[in-house]
Design a protein around this ligand. Sequence first.
Ligand SMILES: Nc1ncnc2c1ncn2[C@@H]1O[C@H](COP(=O)(O)OP(=O)(O)OP(=O)(O)O)[C@@H](O)[C@H]1O
Length: 278
Amino acid sequence: MSDVIRSAIDLLHAGDDDAPPPRLAAEGLRLGYGDRTVVHDVDLDVTPGALTVVVGANASGKSTLLRGLARLLAPTAGRVTLDGADLSRLPNRRVARTIGVLPQSPIAPEGVRVAELVARGRYPHQGIFRGRRSDDDVIVAAALEATDASSLVDSRVDELSGGQRQRVWIAMALAQQPRILLLDEPTSALDVAHQVEVLDVLRAEVSRGMTVVLVIHDLTLAARYADELVVMAGGRIIARGEPGAVLTAEVVRQAFGIEARLLQDPDTGRPVILPRSR
Ligand SMILES: Nc1ncnc2c1ncn2[C@@H]1O[C@H](COP(=O)(O)OP(=O)(O)OP(=O)(O)O)[C@@H](O)[C@H]1O
């Protein structure tokens, strides 16, 4: 990670309090759409101050679980708790300051420019009477720097490439300075250099005390960056834990229906997944 990005992350955290990371948990969480249940009675204690990566096949319920954790989708049974309190009963401002969420395909207002979009991340910190805070501009600039998006600041969001747009959204999520950040496939449109850069930024945030939960499809990157890996299949968690222990050929077969060879990254010791045919 470059020194510029490192100091941008330092700036994002200037003035942080030392309160312990909040605890987010799903208890018997059932989620669905209409009559259809998509996430079945999931228990998940998100490890505070760690990077949790959720993996699983298409339609296994990853995004739905993330929406439930972010209070974007109400449970049909069970609940989500924040420090033990039912998330659905907490004031909106407390939730918005604590939990940041980046959905899979966020939609920007037409014609909005990058600077304005990223500045919206500051809204939860601005009261009706307080308005903008003096450090908002510095935090927005640092968030853009951390995602290598400073040069885009005056561009219209709808005129960016898919990967540029994705980095700008991540900047907005960082500018919010949430204690817990939930991201749904934040690297799906990024070239390999920017994938690694964004994941390095998220790791750095975690080392500064943020709790991060993200959904990604690349199992090798998931294994490399996760403290905890959560594997979903059919709306249930079928394996969870440290990547080296969780990612076995059997779990890959169960979750994705393919054979895979697992090697070990000589640098990190983490698993490297080589998919074979079905
Ligand atoms: N808004 C919705 N209305 C109705 N059904 C939905 C909605 N969103 C998702 N679903 C259904 O819920 C199931 C789980 O979808 P979800 O998006 O949670 O899966 P996912 O694991 O995130 O998939 P992917 O890897 O393809 O993004 C799918 O069968 C999908 O069709």
